[in-house]
Every structure is written in structure tokens, then in C-alpha cells.
Design a protein around this ligand. Structure first.
Ligand code: SF4
Ligand code: SF4
Ligand code: FES
Length: 254
């Protein structure tokens, strides 16, 4: 098996302001059992020489957890957005086919396969995706969550801010400021929480405009690509109903 190779075709660009350097480069590395795309990229880093024998700069990408928890290694693999740490070479290229790697397109490119997902973290701040405490003193145990509430919240809490849903969403584009499905899902999650509920109105108000829940075109691409199988369309519908209710009756609660 020593001569079995994994072939990769990688979209490269030297920096955010260097579109003139956009190019494809092809590499072949030795196959190893249980190899994933990240381990293939690590092999390239050890010996960054293309199939044409040209020495090049090592490919840049991001990864942290290597177990599909952090979301940082997300890229487009053979045309499909997903995590590269769980993309097993033997599964995606069983017959030794060339594996094509490209960076996500809905985020600013940093270099090669690395993009800047900061907009997602800014959106989490915008929708206050946290439980607010009123001090650092001992607050005692938090309120109990019913079993039913926990069952609804748990799947929503699995988001790892990977960006797959934004990449797939047609409403995320240069001419729209749509906040996207991941942040809307967080609004549902934190508004479900017994303490989070205290700031439910503020969260709903941040997503009431065109850039919020109304920006969704209901194409449902997001739910199909979410690696955590989060019911994003249900979350958007649930936040949509809550914003309508808040618009109509919110003043009663002030
Ligand atoms: S359902 Fe809405 S958020 Fe999901 S992909 Fe479609 S437009 Fe985007
Ligand atoms: S909702 Fe799913 S696809 Fe979107 S960022 Fe979270 S984990 Fe990724
Ligand atoms: S490295 Fe964390 S999800 Fe892949």
C-alpha cells in the first residue's frame, strides 16, 4: 500500500487583497489508514510540493478540535460545505478520486482555505446569545428547566458556529444584511431558557426587521447542510411567530 496516493486539488490565494494570486494547486500524499482531509493537509504541510514538482508555500487552513465540535475546519469539499476533520478520505474518494478543497465563499477570505467567520460571532452579540447575570456574587442554583423545555433546547444548543448554514443560504449575499439561520436559532434557544426569557423582548426586537427573521426566503438549504441536524427552519418559524406576537401585543407587557 506504500504507493497508494491521496490526490488533492486545492484552491489557493495568498491573502485577502491578492485575488490576482487565485489559483488551483494539486498535491499527492501517501495514503494512510483512517486518513481525513486534515491529516492529508498536514502531510502537504510537511512537504509542500505540487504534483508538478514545484515547491510552494504550505497550505493555510484552520482546525482545532478535530472531532466536529469547534466548527473551525469548515470548507467546501467536492462542492459540499462540511467539516474537513470528519471528511474521511476513504469515504469521499473511495476509488482514489481527486479531492477538491475550496474555502467558504460567504465569509471574507484570509488565505487559501482559511476564512474569517467573525460576522457570526458579531451576530451572536447582536442577538444577546447568552444568559445575563446581575453580578459575580454567588447566585445559587439556576431555575429548573422542565423536561419538555430541555428536550426542545438541547438540539438547538448544539450549534458550533461553523458557518455551513450561512454558506448554503441564498439570502446571505453581498446585497443583503440577513442575520442568517444560526443567530435566529440562538434567539429561540435563549428565549426558551427560564432566565434567558427575561431578555426575550430585546432579542426579538433585534431580529424584527428585514435583516432579521423576515429576511429568510424559506429555501431550507440551511437545515440540509447543518452537521448538527439543528431544526433551523423550525427555529426560524418559531422566532417569526414570537416576533409577530411581540409586535402585536408586546406593548401590553411593558
Ligand atoms: S430557510 Fe431561510 S435561513 Fe435557511 S437557507 Fe433558506 S433562506 Fe436561508
Ligand atoms: S446552525 Fe448548524 S450549520 Fe449553522 S453554524 Fe450552527 S452548527 Fe453550523
Ligand atoms: S476541527 Fe473542530 S470541527 Fe473540525
Amino acid at each position: 500500500m506504500a504507493d497508494k496516493k491521496v490526490r488533492l486539488k486545492i484552491r489557493r490565494q495568498d491573502g485577502p487583497t491578492r485575488p490576482d494570486t487565485r489559483r488551483w494547486e494539486e498535491f499527492a500524499v501517501d495514503w494512510q489508514p483512517q486518513m481525513n482531509v486534515i491529516s492529508a493537509l498536514m502531510e502537504i504541510r510537511k512537504h509542500p510540493v505540487t504534483v508538478d514538482g514545484k515547491s510552494v508555500a504550505p497550505v493555510v487552513w484552520e482546525s482545532v478540535c478535530l472531532e466536529e465540535v469547534c466548527g473551525s475546519c469548515t470548507m467546501i469539499i467536492n462542492g459540499k460545505v462540511r467539516q474537513s476533520c470528519t471528511a474521511l478520505v476513504d469515504v469521499i474518494a473511495p476509488g482514489g478520486e481527486t479531492i477538491v478543497l475550496e474555502p467558504m465563499t460567504k465569509f471574507p477570505l484570509v488565505r487559501d482555505l482559511l476564512v474569517d467567520r467573525q460576522r457570526m460571532f458579531d451576530d451572536l452579540k447582536k442577538v444577546k446569545a447568552w444568559i445575563q447575570l446581575d453580578g459575580t456574587h454567588e447566585l445559587g442554583p439556576g431555575p429548573r428547566q422542565s423536561q419538555e423545555n430541555q428536550e426542545e433546547a438541547y438540539p438547538l444548543s448544539r450549534c458550533m458556529t461553523c458557518g455551513c448554514c450561512l454558506e448554503a443560504c441564498p439570502q446571505i449575499n453581498d446585497s443583503s444584511n440577513f442575520v442568517g439561520p444560526a443567530a435566529l436559532n440562538q434567539v429561540r434557544l435563549f428565549n426558551l431558557h427560564p432566565s434567558g426569557k427575561m431578555h426575550a423582548a430585546e432579542r426579538l426586537e433585534t431580529v424584527m426587521g428585514e435583516d432579521g427573521v423576515a429576511g429568510c426566503g424559506k429555501a431550507q438549504n440551511c437545515v440540509e447542510v447543518c452537521p448538527k441536524e439543528i431544526p433551523l427552519v423550525d427555529s426560524i418559524a418559531s422566532v417569526g411567530r414570537a416576533t409577530t406576537k411581540h409586535m402585536l401585543f408586546g406593548w401590553l407587557l411593558r
